[in-house]
Design a protein around this ligand. Structure first.
Ligand code: FAD
Length: 390
């Protein structure tokens, strides 16, 4: 019998394990991960960015801690983490809008974000053009920009540092797959493993990313979370090399950011729907139909843009409200969730791992109240929507 079993050992599972053993050294924690190379995890396939610009205050607060943790990663994880630096590039995010109503909304959000310590500024189209002269702003009314605390970093460094530090603190990572959770008197008693073994524990954490709903088979609650495909294009545009550009969330329905001398660009496919867990085929039409025309509209220098490579990752898409589902399950009180991040979980891993560890060890959230993202709202079918979904 171990104290805690974590199903899923990518960034969320590793973060929970890291925080559990940091808060209570000597705790016996086992993380079950079927794919130790992480090739198909969202963590490895993300575009590795962090922003303060969310529409829910709790998400801003989560990212306030996230940026501190990422910036000071080595001091949090120590030499055991083995990752001295996450290479944070603070180029900022720029959310564009083409309407007056959108501009007013960005102003309101910026006030809320600044009240929580973010630095969001709202600029009109002229100010945007002055700062980024290569950008066409004819269709832009305004944009909100984060001059600090936003940008991108080494996603696999974050995972490996947390994992290394957790292992050094005694956490066992086993290569196996959780096939189900056994229930008795409304408590999970054991995790069944594909190898045929079973793991008994006092508490269990579902950190299985886009596969999290499958772990709920036979339990009294299902999760409204499904895998959704996202194709990311790596683009070379020799006339548009702007390494100081921000991550631009464009109202045309794409986002883009520089990656060394190239760009990364993606769009949500029309008819976005659940995909099979093993479907990693690229949605190539998106390039011709959506991404390239939008890039060309934003800057004519993208005329000669070409795709040099691409990859496909899965969002753990929460159909209810595109927000994380966190913490103790009210119907199965020794089961905890870190699920449904809908494309913004990498940056949330530090605060979420800490919060889940607090709930398990101390009974409730301590440093940051994550209850707006709690499981109860799923049972109540009461959405808590995050509108800035990228
Ligand atoms: C294209 C793309 C871009 C993104 N960009 C960003 C971004 O810029 N910023 C940001 O913050 N977030 C971003 N995200 C989201 C972010 O990557 C995820 O929210 C985050 O990585 C979630 O981590 P996780 O550990 O919950 O899930 P995952 O990384 O998917 O890990 C889940 C793990 O569970 C394992 N598993 C699955 N089934 C089982 C089972 N039955 N038993 C045990 N283990 C199991 C898997 O093998 C996997 O390793 C992006 C995602 C994608 C796809």
């Amino acid at each position: 019998m171990v104290d805690i079993v974590v199903a899923g050992g990518a960034v969320m599972g590793a973060s929970v394990a890291f925080w559990l053993t940091r808060m209570q050294p000597g705790l016996s924690v086992t993380v079950v991960e079927p794919e130790p190379g992480y090739h198909r995890s969202s963590t490895a396939l993300s575009v590795a960015s962090i922003r303060q610009q969310f529409t829910n205050p709790v998400n801003v607060e989560i990212s306030r801690f996230g940026i501190d943790f990422i910036r000071d990663f080595a001091s949090w994880t120590g030499p055991e983490g083995g990752v001295p630096d996450l290479g944070l590039r603070e180029n900022g995010y720029l959310f564009l809008t083409g309407t007056e109503a959108g501009a007013a909304q960005l102003e309101t959000l910026a006030v809320m974000q600044r009240s929580l310590g973010a630095a969001t500024e709202v600029w009109d189209a002229h100010a945007i053009a002055r700062r980024f002269p290569w950008m066409n702003t004819q269709d832009v009314v305004a944009g909100s920009f984060g001059p600090r605390d936003e940008g991108w970093f080494d996603n696999m460094g974050l995972l490996q540092g947390l994992r290394n530090a957790a292992r050094a603190a005694g956490v066992r990572f086993v290569t196996d797959r959780v096939t189900g959770l056994e229930l008795s008197d409304s408590r999970v008693t054991a995790a069944r493993l594909a190898s045929g073994d079973g793991l008994q524990a006092e508490a269990f954490v579902n950190a299985a990313g886009p596969a999290c709903a499958m772990l709920m088979n036979g339990l009294p609650m299902s999760l409204p979370v499904e895998p959704r495909k996202r194709t990311v294009f790596v683009v070379d545009a020799p006339k548009a090399r702007h390494r100081d550009a921000p991550l631009i969330v464009d109202h045309q329905g794409i986002y883009l950011r520089p990656e060394h001398d190239h760009w990364i660009a993606a769009a949500v496919p029309a008819g976005d729907d659940a995909c099979a867990a093993d479907d990693f085929d690229a949605d190539h039409d998106l390039w011709d139909d959506v991404v390239w025309p939008a890039l060309f509209t934003r800057a004519e220098d993208f005329a000669e843009a070409r795709v040099t490579r691409w990859w496909v990752g899965h969002y753990a898409f929460n159909r209810l409200d595109q927000n994380a589902i966190l913490g103790r399950n009210p119907l199965v009180p020794n089961l905890y969730h870190a699920n449904g991040f809908s494309g913004h979980g990498l940056q949330q891993a530090p605060a979420v791992g800490r919060g889940i560890a607090e709930q398990i060890l101390h009974g409730d959230w301590q440093t940051l109240d994550l209850s707006p993202l709690g499981v109860q709202r799923v049972l109540d079918n009461a959405p808590f929507a995050e509108a800035h979904i990228v």
